[in-house]
Every structure is written in C-alpha cells, then in structure tokens.
Design a protein around this ligand. Structure first.
Ligand SMILES: NC(=O)N[C@@H](CC(=O)O)C(=O)O
Ligand SMILES: [Zn+2]
Ligand SMILES: [Zn+2]
Length: 344
C-alpha cells in the first residue's frame, strides 16, 4: 500500500476566488496547494474587460499571505457584446489566459452571460486566431430540458456546431459530469480538453439526498448517476492529456446554501488536491494523479510545468464543521467528516 506520494506542484484550472473579504478567507487554501489557478470571472459585476482583470489580479496578489508564491491566471467573461478588440487587448496583456462562456442563466452570476453564441462570432474568431482558449460552462438553460440532461443536450446543440465553425479554437469543456461529455472530449481534436472536479469523481447524485436534503452537495452541473461518475473516473485514469484538474471550488456563505433557494457550488479548496488523491487511490491509479494534476493543464494552456514538488501522506484528518467566512461561515466538503490524504 502506498502511504506517501510526491508529485510536481499541481495547478487548479477552474477556480472561484470571489473578491474582497471572501477572497481573503479562501485564497490561502488554494495558494498552499496549487502553483497557479485559472480564476473564474463571474464576480458581480462580471470581469468583462482586460482592465478589470488586471485590477482583480492585483487584488488577489495583494491578498496573498506573506511569502506565498501563487500565480492567478485571469479570464474574461464573454457577453453578447464582447468585441474582437477586447479579445486582442486581453491576449496582448499577457495576464488573461482564457475567455469564459456562461450561457445566460446557467449558473451562479451568469445573468450577463451569452444569450446566443451567434452573437459572439467576432470575439470567437479573434480567439481562434490568437490561440486564446474558450472555457465553457456547457449546459443548456431551457426550462423544458431536464436538469440532469442539460450538459448532454448542450453538446448536441452548441458544442458540436461551435467546434465545426471554429475548428482551430482551443476549447476547455469545464467541469464535465457525464459519460457523453467524457466520450465527446476523448473523440474530439487536440484543441478540445476538459476539466474534472474532485466532487464529481467522488460522488453521484445520491449524495444530494443521503438521509435528507444535502444542500452542500448541490452544485452545477448537478451530480449525476453512478454510471457517469464511473465514466469520469475512467477518463482521468486513462492518462489522456485531454483531462486535467479543475476543482470548481465555489464558496458560498452557509446561510445562502442552507436556504429555501440555495446557491449552487461546493467549497473544496481546503482539500483541493487531497480529495483527488482519494479518488485516484480508490481507482487504483495514484500513478496517474501527477499528469492530471500537474502536467496536462499547463501543456494545454501553453505554460511551463511547475518545478516544485508537494508531498501527500495517507493520514486521516478531520475537516471542521465550518470555516471562517465574512459575516457568516463556510461549510467545506466533508465538513465534520474526514479525508484520507493529508498535505505534508
Ligand atoms: N459550480 C457551481 O455550482 N457554482 C459556480 C459557478 C459554476 O462554475 O458554474 C459558482 O460560481 O458558485
Ligand atoms: Zn460552471
Ligand atoms: Zn465554476
């Protein structure tokens, strides 16, 4: 039995850091584990311009604990009005590494998102030309499509036509949750990759209803059936460089999760690499963790791999029932329960 592993310092290719006091509360968890993170732009108001991304990046750097080295990789929030000029500015800035497509209304803070991909052809053409990746929250929003089918239907209606129209566009299918998405990405060109969260590798939809409603297990895309979880595990242990780590750690205050209309998102940054170690060990594939966590994302984004190392030890530790969060508390995944791997 392996009880200690040393891997190259990982990066998180999908992260919500929020802003202000909330950001100060969560940033140290990520910075302790990851060298870099792709920082999602779904703030209020959203980060739609390069100048906003530059200012946000500086606020993150200013909030880092003294002596901690961490590089935030910024993104822009695509809207119906994003211009090709803004895309050129973003690329030239050197600090923007992707542009995020949220279908309007699909998830947290997506009300300024794209209403019709047809409105974005100029921005997308510029991104294709410049090699700036498009990051996609891939769910349709139609009220008549079952919540559990929204990702699968997005592939047919939006992803396939998008890729056909912009074959050289680099696309990250974010937080995939279904067998269909895993198969689609595996069969697509090398311009198409996907992030996978630890929670979608570890849990199926039963986790939302275990003995009662579990609002802290509600996120988007929503947890799926076991067959889908198994397909995601298969994808990450295949060793394919198309699949890489993106925690989608998405902090929401306790009172907004435990509510009559609770927010979507799980907080996992407190164990951002440890939870993946559990998932890979359970699949008998700890040897595949390093490529997934530390190499393939950097390769896809055209960035150098990290050189530092981290060590994880097989040692049970208790997760607190809540963590500090401004004017409230933050309930992390596995609250009041334990995690099998510990960062040394
Ligand atoms: N994943 C989530 O459930 N929530 C994310 C948004 C997102 O990634 O869709 C958030 O910002 O809270
Ligand atoms: Zn999303
Ligand atoms: Zn997200």
């Amino acid at each position: 039995m392996t009880n200690k592993i040393t891997i190259t310092r990982p990066d998180d290719w999908h992260l919500h850091l929020r802003d202000g006091a909330a950001m100060h509360a969560v940033l140290p968890d990520t910075a302790r584990r990851f060298g870099r993170a792709i920082v999602m732009p779904n703030l209020r108001p959203p980060v739609t311009a390069t100048a906003q991304a530059q200012a946000y990046r500086q606020r993150i750097l200013d909030a880092l604990p003294a002596g901690v080295k961490f590089e935030p990789l910024m993104t822009l929030y695509l809207t119906d009005k994003t211009t090709a000029d803004e895309i050129r500015l973003a690329k030239a800035s050197g600090i923007v590494h992707g542009v995020k497509l949220y279908p309007a209304g699909a998830t947290t803070n997506s009300d300024s998102g794209v209403t019709n991909i047809g409105h974005c052809v100029e921005a997308l053409a510029a991104m294709e030309e410049l090699g700036l990746p498009l990051l996609v929250h891939a769910e349709v929003t139609d009220a008549d499509i079952d919540v559990f089918d929204r990702e699968r239907v997005f592939i047919e209606r939006n992803m396939i036509p998008l890729i056909a129209r912009f074959p050289s566009l680099r696309v990250v299918f974010e937080h995939i949750t279904t067998l269909e998405a895993a198969e689609f990405v595996a069969g697509a060109s090398s311009n198409v990759a996907a992030t996978i969260t630890a929670h979608h590798l570890l849990m199926n939809r039963n986790a939302m209803f275990a003995g009662g409603m579990r609002p802290h297990h509600y996120c988007l895309p929503v947890l799926k059936r076991e067959e889908h979880r198994l397909a995601l595990v298969k994808a990450v242990i295949s060793g394919s460089p198309k699949f890489f780590l993106g925690t989608d750690s998405a902090p929401h205050a306790k009172s907004t999760k435990e509510a009559s209309c609770g927010c979507a998102g799980m907080y996992t940054a407190h164990a951002g690499i440890e939870l993946y170690a559990e998932a890979f060990e359970a699949a008998g594939a700890l040897d595949k963790l390093e490529g997934f966590a530390s190499f393939y994302g950097a390769d896809f984004y055209g960035l150098p791999r990290n050189v530092e190392k981290i060590t994880l030890v097989k040692e049970n530790w208790q997760v607190p029932d809540s963590l500090p969060f401004p004017d409230d508390a933050l309930v992390p995944l596995r609250a009041s329960a334990s995690i099998e791997w510990k960062l040394e």
